[in-house]
Design a binder for this molecule. Sequence first.
Ligand code: SIN
Length: 489
Amino acid sequence: MTISERLTEPALFKTGAYIGGKWTSGDKSFPVYNPANRQTLADVTDVGAEGAKTAIAAASEGLKRWKKTSPFERCRVLLKWYDLIQRYSDDLGTLITAEMGKPLREAKGEVAYGAAFIEWSAQEAARVHGETLPVAAPGARGWTLRQPVGVVSCITPWNFPAAMITRKAAPALAAGCSIVIKPAPETPLTALALAELADRAGFPAGVFNVICGDAQDLGPVMTGSPEVRMIGFTGSTEVGKLLMRQAADGIKRVSLELGGNAPFIVMDDADLDAAAAGVAQAKFRSGGQTCVSPNRIIVQEGVADAFVGRLQAKIASVKAGDGFDSASDIGPLIHDEAVDRVDALVKSAVAGGAKVLTGGQPLADELGGSFYAPTLLDGGSFDLEIARSEIFGPVASVYRASDETQIVQLANDTPYGLAAYLYTRDIGRVHRMTEELDYGMIGVNAPMVGSASTPFGGVKESGIGREGGKWGVEEFTELKYVLLAGVNG
Ligand code: SIN
């Protein structure tokens, strides 16, 4: 069965570019694969640098109208987009599973997660406002305006093909910005389906654009064009640094949600069953391919064996398989290079003294796609490469440490600072440790930190800016100050 035959609304299967309110296609294209079986799903238009320039010109035109639209109207169009996404949630989930690999029920969960950012931002549109200020000069008045930043380039990753788009697009559109989205080349089909639904929702021409193609050609245009005033990006720290350098020339605003190396801390007073369930939930989401995935599971020595036993039982029951098979708990990795990378990390950890308790090998031959076995490693040293770099795969690695002070020091010993998790029942520890951990988000006895109403983002090399909640919308606004001189008499 082809991918479009799986959809209840085959018109959501798009392979062109959506620019200035119109679908276009070009001569150059690139293939999109299903990582579960390596079959080609589609050939998608590569717009090249010229297409990116056209999209930015269209967004500049769209901006003129959209920024003057009433926030109530922006709210209505956004809510219409939200409704359509809910209506076609099964189809969007199907596209996500086909091109990214995560199990269908998880893919539909991502659609709901992504749609919530639209609902939240829509309602926030009417709450963007300035303030009246006291000023020193007699009779004078001062006030601020919150205005849209302008044209925004959104560069989005493959691990959440829907939610990382909506988490940028919705607040930008709510604030009155126009956008050009470039999805990852691995997962353009979900982005293009979202564009089709945006078209049906009624965004004026040029406000919402989606282009696909080679980052080498599109990237410099999307960061360098003078009309672009902001770049929103989710992806690796390495690419984030490159984009920041490119944005520096035009002093453009950046919002960067980058890599992580999340510690998952289990203290000796923690509920160990809840902690083991929490690791399994957070670790295997998107097959371990999230930047908030627990990367170092740091357990206080006294409870380490008891905890590892529980975690091993959980991980041994996690089943890898095709995302369209309802028995699968996790899907494939995004491609074979990702499998090779994860496998090399595991092999070097084992060579460095870590023990494989479950998994520890690729499943590509057995399952016929880019699969890696759900894996548990124990007894690693914090100096191993697997502890220092982002695993981005279904591998949980446990480390042992003695006390609060040492655990905080080890947890902070990384250039990253996105998410951390802390399991303890001691409220004193909660306060002390959350204040000391250098992370943008901390889940206390909670394995999932992201939601539409809360700030998502990191410190240190994990990024700049926040997505989600009122902060996510504020990122896309400029603060303007107006002073009106006093009138004599
Ligand atoms: C990410 O991995 O980039 C996002 C994860 C999330 O929103 O929870």
